[in-house]
Design a protein around this ligand. Structure first.
Ligand code: DGJ
Length: 718
């Protein structure tokens, strides 16, 4: 008996030793980044390292254990957990142990690691997914939760990602604002406790805060140096980022759906998949982090990210709701005159019982207003075709005005409280996309229009209201599912639209830039960054969005906002993104009109460089009275530099702007373009030949002390 016990004990020891020697080390790697997890003796998973790639595999054994990777509620941790589950028996704890992991290649340059964890007392499984984009240095993470308890468990929170950092100092940049005042960049140092960035607006989710952040380590964020993590959540709804510093000055970053009013009852064997969280880690400042995102977005994420974008003329600011066929045809002529690709008809073309003559009525009734458009959309697409321009159309299919036939017929499709007075945001309410019938209806808005008018070449999909009066008739006793199921319902619809119309470009709009996330951009080719088209404000707004989005997806239109600025200044600002116009040529001076025409031609010639090249932010508008940004073609043979003097001081000293991203050994001809007809360039050394080395080390005298002055310079190899 004794011998047997000793034998068994020995066996146990050997097994333990093998296990200890065997403890998995899991590496998620890109070209420059390593994220390393280790399984500890207790069988739990720890984040051991996140930082610059470690190229000597022998060193990895010396990494500290780190912090538990995906911390749970109810155990020994004292700070914010990644997950909180309540089991059938009311027990609110979870203890996750490593079970296995897999690694596989998704496509060349893209690898996926999946780590499976399980509770040792309850049949709950958590899978952590990491998809690493090698060249772009970007990692996408999401989690999947499932269980086999007898009845549903309640998910109180469940993060897409939890990252741990251990540095001296952390600086967070948030992107917040309001309507017409999007993505203000504010940087603040983090100290003990929590800083939360979130939204609980439901539909127009990013009206006050965009779902991305920059986290600079051991110093403030710089454009071209320093370690910085840039993260964003792909979720077109309530999101939350929690940054919490603990008693040891260690930081955890928890990203995911906002758990606010969203306890989710998860059925046995159902999988709860969180949204994707994407992050990049740059060792050369914000500029490199942005370029990582831009490359990744165009290659892997945005709808038709590798394809062309259309320039356009929109009628919104030219007419608002006050138009008829004649006015629209005149605007189509303007589009032709300007040389843009498309005419886009905005809000105000639909509804008959309650014609859409203002934003007070008609939303939901998607048939043409007979006295405004007696010949319907068909006449407009036909006319556009004859004139050689494409035709695009505005819709807002998720919403309804109470003064509409849709509301009268289907009150049960509307998110509103049954027993309270309704509260309206922009006189409208949100349809209940958790209901599959409503999903069919919303899909039908696009599908019916496309079936009837197959020549529609583009949609602008607007979403002006947050979710208010939150109650769903459809969800009955599952009201806390509404925020989540709304977004899932929206994705069902968008998925169907994309499947049926894979090449139909669509602009995402939400009362300006109220929706700005990468999951939505799987279904949209571009987004409307702001209703604020004052070019000075746009310099800041575009600067903000450019931190995570490429110019290709940001729509920028020339309008009449801020008439103190010249048409040249306004156009030059818009040309840094996806160019459009929202203006009447009849209100313009002939010279201005000629300028715009030439600018469109220049834009078409330089579009690939601007939209598909590498962006370098040279001088920040946040730093003073000037700003400059440049775009360099991938082959480094062509570049375009934009420079703006906003409100320079009298006799201010201006320094040359040093360019970036060129080939030091190539010779480039520098030429100012976008000049007003009849005027000459005042750029020193214009049309001269320079080496890339000179342009990057000495630079060009792009700035002046003139108020509201702008310059566009084309740089081409000989
Ligand atoms: C809000 C959008 O941001 C505008 O561009 C315009 O489409 C209006 N809605 C129309 O109602």
């Amino acid at each position: 008996m004794k011998k047997r016990t000793i034998f068994l004990l020995c066996l146990l020891c050997i097994t333990c030793m093998v296990k200890a020697a065997d403890k998995p080390v899991i590496k998620i790697s890109t070209e420059n980044i390593d994220l390393i997890y280790k399984v500890s003796d207790n069988g739990r998973l720890y984040q051991s390292y996140l930082g610059k790639k470690l190229n000597h595999s022998g060193d990895i054994a010396y990494l500290p254990q780190g912090t538990e990777a995906y911390l749970t509620h109810g155990m020994e941790d004292y700070f914010e957990p990644a997950i909180h589950v309540v089991h059938n028996d009311g027990n609110p704890s979870l203890l996750l142990k490593y079970i296995s992991h897999t690694e596989n290649q998704v496509s060349p340059g893209v690898n996926e690691v999946t780590i499976t964890l399980q509770d040792d007392k309850y049949p709950v499984t958590v899978k952590l997914h990491y998809i690493a984009y090698h060249k772009e240095n970007l990692i996408k993470t999401f989690s999947e939760i499932s269980h086999q308890e007898k009845k549903p468990v309640v998910l109180h929170k469940c993060a897409s990602s939890m990252l741990h950092l251990n540095r001296n100092q952390y600086f967070l940049t948030e992107f917040s604002g309001d309507w017409a005042n999007e993505v203000h960049m504010t940087e603040l140092p983090l100290a003990f406790g929590k800083k939360i960035l979130d939204s609980k607006l439901g539909a127009r989710a990013n009206m006050f805060c965009s779902p991305f952040f920059q986290l600079s380590l051991d110093g403030k964020a710089e454009e071209n140096q320093g370690e910085i993590i840039v993260g964003t959540l792909g979720w077109t709804g309530n999101f939350r980022f929690t940054f919490e510093i603990d008693n040891k000055n260690e930081l955890r970053v928890i990203s995911g759906i906002n758990p606010y009013a969203s306890e989710y009852s998860l059925k046995p064997n159902e999988i709860f998949r969180t949204p994707d969280f994407y992050f990049t880690y740059s060792f050369a400042g914000k500029g490199q982090a942005s370029r990582n995102f831009h490359d990744w977005a165009r290659k892997y994420q945005v709808k038709n990210g590798d394809q062309n974008r259309m320039t356009l003329l929109n009628n919104w600011e030219a007419t608002y709701f006050d138009f008829n066929e004649e006015k629209l045809v005149k605007l189509m002529d303007d589009a032709v005159e300007l040389g843009v690709d498309m005419f886009l008809l905005d809000d105000g073309w639909f509804a008959n019982k309650y014609p859409r003559s203002s934003d007070h009525q008609g939303l939901g009734d998607w048939t043409e207003t007979a006295d405004k458009l007696p010949n319907g959309i068909g006449y407009l697409t036909e006319t556009a075709k004859k004139k050689g321009v494409k035709f695009g159309l505005w819709i807002e299919p998720e919403m309804v005005n109470p003064k509409s036939e849709l509301y009268e017929k289907h009150k049960d499709w509307v998110i509103h409280l049954p027993n309270r007075e309704e509260y309206y945001f922009r006189n409208q309410l949100v349809l209940d996309l958790s209901n599959p019938k409503v999903q069919d209806y919303v899909f039908g808005v696009v599908d019916n229009l496309m079936t009837k008018y197959p020549d529609i070449a583009f949609f602008k999909w607007d979403c002006n209201s947050p979710i208010t009066n939150i109650y769903s008739v459809y969800l009955k006793d599952k009201q806390t599912h509404l925020y989540i199921d709304y977004v899932r319902g929206l994705y069902n619809v968008l998925e169907r639209v994309k499947a049926k119309y894979p090449n139909l470009p669509m602009m995402l709009c939400s009362g300006g830039g109220g929706r700005s996330d990468y999951e939505a951009l799987k279904y949209f080719t571009e987004f409307w960054a702001s209703d604020n088209t004052d070019p000075i404000e746009r310099l800041f707004i575009q600067w903000g969005f450019s931190q995570v989005f490429p110019a290709k997806v940001m729509c920028a239109h020339v309008t009449t906002w801020n008439k103190n600025t010249s048409i040249k200044f306004r156009t030059d600002v818009a040309m840094m993104c996806k160019l459009g116009f929202d203006i009447k040529l009849s209100d313009m001076e002939k010279n201005d009109e000629a300028y715009c025409r030439a600018a469109v031609q220049n834009y078409n010639r330089l579009k690939t460089t601007i939209l598909d090249g590498d962006m370098y932010r040279l001088v920040s508008p946040y730093d003073g009275n000037h700003t400059s940004t440049m775009y360099v073609g991938k082959d480094k043979n062509k570049a375009v530099v934009f420079a703006f003097d906003i409100h320079p001081r009298y006799a201010e000293k201006t320094l040359p702007v040093r360019l970036q991203g060129l080939d030091a050994n190539k010779m480039y001809r520098v030429k100012e373009i976008n000049l007003m007809p009849g005027s000459n360039s005042s750029l020193r050394n214009n049309e001269k030949l320079f080496s890339g080395e000179f342009l990057m080390n000495v630079g060009l005298d792009l700035f002046t002390t003139q108020q509201l002055f702008s310059r566009v310079v084309e740089i081409s190899i000989e």
